[in-house]
Design a protein around this ligand. Structure first.
Ligand code: NAI
Length: 260
């Protein structure tokens, strides 16, 4: 098992990353392993998890993977947080990152099931993971780090559909409330807010709303380019590290200046 030689800022720590098999989550897993942490990658996509384990085989048992549907409370509590503690003896960092998009649906085109699915996967999952982590951190009495992947759509409208935007605004609200409520316990809770990033998230989006697409792309002329997962995971590493020890309840926008 290679120890981190270049950037051991997370040496000896254990991190849980949901949605860790692909895109931004995968890059966070890789970066945290490089920084010396043990990682549990939790994801719905079993095939992608197996590929991840293979790709990152050099880290051996420092990387654990588990198939989980993060919209299932019991699974998040038992198979993610409890499992990490059982496997590695502790959990220091949780990144609630798994998420899905709607089809850029404005409210008039949105059915109840789209709303409910988005809330379950993008918001309930973050609540389950954060609550379980806070309870664990309080019991352990040594603080801990929570990072929630929100979005630019959690800060301003017009970049996503109604359900996606509402779910991400709620993630930001949850993040800030947790930070405020537990600021005196050594628990830090922050959100990363990526702009358009090159991942698989849009791949399943077969029929984006015409209205939603037109609105979402308004302003892209001013964007230099899309971000890469590595550019997003760099921000997650910073927030996870002691370098960010006094940063709590923040939203970190990573969009190359698009929303500036
Ligand atoms: P991605 O599709 O590459 O990765 C998302 C991962 O989450 C996938 O591996 C998927 O299998 C997993 N996942 C989805 N539903 C799940 C469930 N119910 N249970 C467990 N795992 C599940 O997409 P990406 O872009 O890496 O997404 C990560 C996060 O970043 C999401 O929360 C997304 O909303 C957010 N984000 C992405 C942006 C982008 O432009 N790609 C921009 C802003 C935020």
């Amino acid at each position: 098992m290679p120890e981190s030689r270049h950037n051991p800022v997370l040496a000896g720590q254990t991190a849980v990353i949901t949605g860790g098999a692909s895109g931004i989550g995968k890059s966070i897993v890789q970066r945290f392993l490089e920084a010396g942490a043990n990682c549990l990658a939790a994801d719905l996509n079993e095939e992608a998890l197996a590929a991840l384990k293979q790709e990152l085989a050099e880290y051996g048992e420092r990387l654990d993977v588990v198939k989980v549907d993060v919209s299932d409370r019991g699974a998040v509590e038992g198979m993610v947080v409890d499992r990490a503690v059982q496997t590695f003896g502790q959990m220091d960092i949780i990144v609630n990152n798994a998420g899905i998009m709607d089809n850029l649906l404005p409210i008039a085109e949105m059915d109840d099931d789209v709303w409910e699915r988005l809330m379950k996967v993008n918001l309930n999952s973050v609540m389950y993971g954060t609550r379980k982590a806070v309870r664990y951190f309080l019991e352990r009495g040594q603080g801990g780090v929570i990072i929630n992947t929100a979005s630019l759509s959690g800060l301003c409208a017009g970049r996503g559909g109604c359900a996606y935007t509402a779910s991400k605004f709620a993630v930001v609200g949850l993040t800030k409330n947790v930070a405020f409520m537990y600021a005196d316990t050594g628990i830090r809770c922050n959100a990363i807010c990526p702009g358009n990033t090159q991942t698989n998230i849009g791949v399943g989006m077969r029929q984006p709303s015409e209205r939603g697409m037109a609105k979402a792309t308004t302003g892209y002329a001013g964007a230099t380019r899309s971000g890469t997962p590595e550019e997003i995971s760099a921000a997650a590493l910073f927030l996870a590290s002691d370098q960010a020890g006094f940063i709590n309840g923040e939203t970190l926008t990573i969009d190359g200046g698009w929303s500036a």
